[in-house]
Design a protein around this ligand. Structure first.
Ligand code: ADP
Length: 147
């Protein structure tokens, strides 16, 4: 390859990566989980974002580190207050699908200024969370392509 050709190969490789090929495992909690339990979960699982699901296991909310920090201020009883009070909820959640291009998901992270996107797949009429795309996902893909 000439320099230009190998650049084109690289670019088309990046453009064709699908969300499903690089997504990581989502950490899910029930929306009635207490803020306290959510903080513990976030530490134990070593993630920056938790996804809340309802009784039907459908995506109900996103809980970030800052949401939890906010939840611990303002005098809430964090052992009693559920995360549903502080989470970002539907219809304000930005999602992606397994067949979306990774470059689309990456653009969403930048545009919406968020750290992660839940990967959603409809199963039995319910929006199930089956994965997670994060800034770390994008960094890992970047490093793999360079190596
Ligand atoms: P942090 O709060 O730790 O900086 P984020 O930048 O991801 O993490 O979150 C900022 C805000 O955006 C939070 O209120 C969070 O609930 C919300 N948020 C995070 N991810 C999403 C998403 N995929 N869709 C909608 N809102 C989101």
């Amino acid at each position: 390859y000439t320099g230009k050709e190998s650049e084109e190969v690289m670019t088309s490789k990046i453009r064709n990566i699908l969300v499903s090929e690089v997504q990581s495992v989502p950490i899910l909690i029930k929306e009635d989980t207490s803020i306290y339990e959510a903080v513990v979960k976030m530490f134990l699982e070593d993630v920056g974002t938790l996804y809340a699901i309802d009784n039907d296991k459908a995506l109900a909310g996103v809980i970030s580190r800052k949401d939890l920090l906010r939840g611990t201020m303002g005098g809430n009883d964090i052992e009693k207050t559920p995360v549903s009070v502080i989470m970002t909820r539907k219809p304000n959640i930005t999602i992606c699908y397994p067949n979306d291009l990774l470059i689309y998901a990456a653009n969403q992270l930048i545009e919406k200024q968020i750290d992660s996107l839940p990967v959603v797949e409809e199963q039995d009429g319910i929006d199930q969370v089956i994965g997670r795309i994060t800034k770390t996902t994008i960094t890992r893909v970047f490093v793999n392509l360079m190596e």
